[in-house]
Design a protein around this ligand. Sequence first.
Ligand SMILES: Cc1ncc(COP(=O)(O)O)c(C=O)c1O
Length: 200
Amino acid sequence: GNPMFLEPFWKQNAGSSGVMVAGWHRMGYEFEDGSLISKQLKSVIHKLHDTVGNANTSNKYILFGAGSTQLLNAAVYALSHHTPYSSPTKVVASAPYYPVYKSQTELLDSKKYKFSGDTSSWKNKTRSTSTSTDFIEFVTCPNNPDGHLNKAVLQGKFARHVYDLAYYWPHYTAIPSPMDEDLMLFTLSKLTGHAGSRFG
Ligand SMILES: Cc1ncc(COP(=O)(O)O)c(C=O)c1O
């Protein structure tokens, strides 16, 4: 996962890739319209996905976090549904899965959600109308660690999906068609290899 294989590229292109940032740049917490992300950055992100053809971002909101790691949990928090009468939302992923899904969900322990292991063990349970348990499934495409182009396993009204598309770029995989999911995560760590800059 450490993207150091991209370092020689940036060294070879050091002159043309350098950026000078003025000392007064971007000092406030927010922009004049209250937004936390600049209009230029948003439009560059839309343009990038349009050019590459890996995601349909039209009519979608762009949110950012300190790497996609922070957004993985933001997504779980936002999609989990818990009332005093329901059990915590089950968070699942298809084995073999990126271990941070489990470790982070357990670390940021909550009454709203609970990491519940491999997706396949719950496959038939979401189809049953008698269950009122909600599921959040991480769909990793291509998958870390095996590179498979995973698809969602759980279906039905109790299942929600977080598409982790960290590696859905042409320098890692063929791109058969643009993804067009409700919630898609990308990260600078894998796109350009700037993992230390923490931008998801
Ligand atoms: C599948 C997958 N998702 C997310 C991440 C986290 O990336 P970030 O540096 O954006 O937090 C990684 C990092 O290895 C990853 O392999």
